[in-house]
Design a protein around this ligand. Structure first.
Ligand code: CO8
Length: 259
């Protein structure tokens, strides 16, 4: 399949690398990009030669979130009725081989959620993580309110989700959101090194280890994610969602009316 919004390559004959590639929009995640990402992950997962995958972005942005321009005009009927935005994000959860997120620059909103859907995160020292959806009049919609507290605890998750502030790489490592922080120019070398080590082990044992760790981590996650999704879609019924996203698209300060 020819991809337009991602680049795909194989390193060391056993590591599948997917680079998000919408540089002008800081890798904002739209339907096409998420479909392509899902296709590429599934293809690598089915390839016996591939032992591990890496998802990465550019130096400036892993991904600055879901595409606000595409979402801005959605109604509740669009969002909930079409299961818009969220419907093609689940592919990554069905991948059985390990997926590493190599994060440089912004990992915000859906970008942070995408990184957290991976099995672990290696961050460059310029990485910035956050869930700024509150500034747009909505909440995280791809597991952020569920995975972030599991990773960093309630206090920091609340702080990030309620203030919309960003967390730098050092804070993210202290909070256990990321497993390692490396200089930005060493990011891919570090991630590839980890992926090559993983690819050298029994694929069966690796898949079992992944499945087992996830079992500990994901208890009742499904309920939480579904609950979150209903709320996320419901917020498209508010004026504040229209205002928050319109303000972003038109580069002005949002004036929320609590309606
Ligand atoms: N969507 C669309 N376009 C974006 C996005 C985005 N999330 N982020 C950046 N862009 C675009 C900008 O509009 C701009 O485009 P243009 O050049 O045409 O004006 C370009 O990327 C560069 O951005 P900036 O000029 O703003 O770059 P700065 O370096 O000044 O700022 C920031 C970088 C801080 C990252 C800033 O762009 C920003 O705040 N972006 C928005 C971050 C955000 O709010 N993310 C959350 C989005 S909502 C979300 O992710 C909900 C997820 C729900 C789950 C999805 C369903 C499963």
């Amino acid at each position: 399949m020819a991809y337009e919004m991602i680049e795909v390559r194989v390193e060391a004959e056993k590591v599948g690398i997917i680079t998000l590639n919408r540089p002008k929009a800081l890798n904002a995640l739209n339907d096409q990009l998420m479909n392509e990402l899902g296709e590429a992950l599934k293809a690598f997962d089915a390839d016996k030669n591939i032992g591990c995958m890496i998802i990465t972005g550019s130096e400036k942005a892993f991904a600055a979130g879901a595409d606000i321009g595409a979402m801005a005009k959605y109604s509740f009927a669009d969002a909930y009725g079409g299961d818009y935005i969220t419907r093609n994000w689940e592919a990554i959860r069905s991948i059985r081989k390990p997926v590493i997120a190599a994060v440089s620059g912004y990992a915000l909103g859906g970008g942070c959620e995408l990184a957290m859907m991976c099995d672990f995160i290696i961050a460059a020292d310029n990485a910035r993580f956050g869930q700024p959806e509150i500034k747009l009049g909505v909440i995280p919609g791809a597991g952020g309110t569920q995975r972030l507290p599991r990773a960093v605890g309630k206090a920091k998750a609340m702080d990030l989700a309620l203030t919309g502030r960003m967390m730098n790489a050092d804070e993210a490592e202290r909070a256990s959101l990321v497993s390692r922080v490396v200089p930005v120019d060493k990011l891919m070398e570090e991630a590839l090194g980890a992926a090559i080590i993983i690819s050298g082990f029994s694929q069966l044992a690796v898949m079992a280890a992944k499945e087992s760790v996830n079992r500990a981590f994901e208890g009742s996650l499904n309920d939480g994610v579904m609950f979150e999704r209903r709320l996320f879609h419901a917020l498209f019924a508010t004026n504040d969602q229209k205002e928050g996203m319109d303000a972003f698209v038109n580069k002005r300060q949002a004036q929320f009316s609590n309606s």
